[in-house]
Design a binder for this molecule. Sequence first.
Ligand code: PAF
Length: 285
Amino acid sequence: MTWYLLGAGNIGTLVASYLARAGQPVRRVGRGPAPLQRNLLWPDGRHQALTLAGDDGGLIQRLVITTKAQDTADALRPLLPRLANGALLLRLQNGLGSLDALPLPEGLQQVEGLTTSGAWRDGAQVQVVAENDTLLGLAQGDPEPPADIAALLPHWPGARWCTDIRRQQWLKLSVNAVINPITALNDCPNGALCDDPARQQQARALADEADALFHRLDPDWPGDTYGRALAVARATAANMSSMRADVRAGQRTEIAYINGWLLRQADQLGMSLPAHRLMVAALPA
Ligand code: PAF
């Protein structure tokens, strides 16, 4: 069964290379029939030449979504008539809710992924920087992966099936909702959150509001978003957050799918999250 790939960026190319290794054919979707050549290089010198076939306009029964959250609805909308009922979706992107506004067909199996693997691209060369843990799971917490995902996992270094993906996504989102907007607005590296009292105060306000919301959504929420955000900021001190990179490049940011997602949940519960609302208003969506 052919997989279609929406978003042949760095992570998309990496996933396509694992699909190719697993013997599952993959082609790009929505970018015309021309194939795309990529050469992946690993830090230990291994390399893999990858030819991504172009779009054939066929029925989509397997779809990897690795576009940025803010680009997803526009990219996927024209493809909806080709999406089969019961299709398998694998979504790997920062943020939540990127598919919420779309009239998706019935019975989709939506596998959600979280990864901290990294790669960068120079022309056709994709340099894999790190293959870290990748969690894949269904929001319902199914104990077993769908067959095509089970067949893919052994070919995907660091990947494992996860039965509490929603909790893991919320944990990541809460950290992103603190680090990303502060670093984007202040044009600073992640580590700058740890040593500046004004930024710490901002971080505390965002973290406390996120915890209040997640406690309402899940009484077992572990809290301490502030502590976790600071630990991630410290561990990635020199890094540029994805949101800061988008602002610097003059692009739309993921704000609507990170802090904006929190606001949408809060609105439904009649809660106000003023610190997050400020961030949503301040950053380009
Ligand atoms: O979005 C990002 O950039 C990353 O998730 C994180 C954790 C903020 C580190 O840069």
